[in-house]
Design a protein around this ligand. Structure first.
Ligand code: SAM
Length: 253
């Protein structure tokens, strides 16, 4: 007999973007295992549960995945409500499958609570829809980050094959990403945007063209960021390039 492990999406950072279900589970949890990107405002919603940092930041593994799996299993054997709190949505670039399969194999019940993923929070910050009638009917969520045995260039095919792409875990390698996309045939004039720390107080937004991507990334601080790419960002990119006087006039209009 064991407790249930809830894989809960913490969203992009703002506590009021959590789902009500997430808030209820944080209040009821006996233990909460959380990633490095989860801010204090969200951790403060844990009423009585033990708070256990498992220190994964942006795909880097300061605590090996199998060690996390093992700790979740131990906790589920001792406690009723175990929460595994993950940034954004657990089912996107969150290694949820490894945890689900391991726990289910050991007879533990697992439930997943979705969260707002970074691509959606970034779109909200920009005020630009990922899809648009006549311009974008497909969206790809991709990452150039590869695990063992994965082919490095699969993400390029996805970006070239969709109307709007959102690249996770890539802002630190913007120059390599721009080079790889240009080499693969993407136009240098393709509009891009980068949103850093979406939903958080220090959020930054920059826009321009693919050719300008490395310079745009250089204007960011050190928060998590997504790169967005596609024609839907053309107006944003053009506005960024307009002289300041025109920009304030168009904002006032
Ligand atoms: C390991 S992935 C986890 C993604 C997460 N599961 C989600 O659904 O958003 C971490 C990456 O998500 C993106 N990210 C997370 N929070 C973000 C935020 N508040 N603003 C912009 N990008 C963010 C960044 O690309 C970061 O490198």
């Amino acid at each position: 007999l064991s407790g249930t492990v809830y894989l809960v999406g913490a969203g992009p950072g703002a506590a009021d973007l959590l789902t009500l279900r997430a808030v209820r589970l944080l209040a009821a949890a006996d233990a909460v295992f959380y990633d490095a990107l989860v801010p204090d405002a969200i951790l403060s919603l844990i009423a009585k549960g033990e708070k256990v940092p498992v220190g994964k930041r942006c795909g880097r593994h300061s605590a090996a995945q199998h060690f996390i799996n093992k700790r979740l299993l131990d906790a589920a054997r001792r406690q009723d409500v175990v929460v595994r709190l993950k940034g954004g949505d657990p089912m996107l670039f969150g290694r949820a499958q490894e945890e689900i399969e391991f726990l289910v194999r050991h007879g533990v019940q697992v439930e997943v609570v979705p969260g707002v993923t970074a691509a959606l929070a970034a779109s909200a910050e920009l005020g630009v829809s990922l899809t648009r009638r006549g311009l974008s009917r497909s969206v790809a969520f991709v990452t150039p980050r590869t695990g063992e045995g994965e082919r490095a260039n699969d993400w390029l095919r996805a970006v070239l094959g969709c109307d709007t792409a959102v690249i996770y875990m890539g802002a630190g390698e913007a120059a390599e990403i721009a080079r790889a996309l240009l080499d693969a045939g993407e136009a240098a004039s393709t509009p891009v945007a980068i949103v850093e720390s979406a939903s958080l107080p220090g959020t930054r937004r920059v826009a321009g063209t693919l050719a300008e991507l490395p310079a745009l990334a250089g204007r960011l601080s050190s928060g998590p960021a997504v790169i967005l790419l596609g024609e839907v960002y053309a107006d944003l990119a053009a506005r960024e390039r307009a002289p300041a006087s025109e920009r304030s006039a168009s904002q006032a209009a």
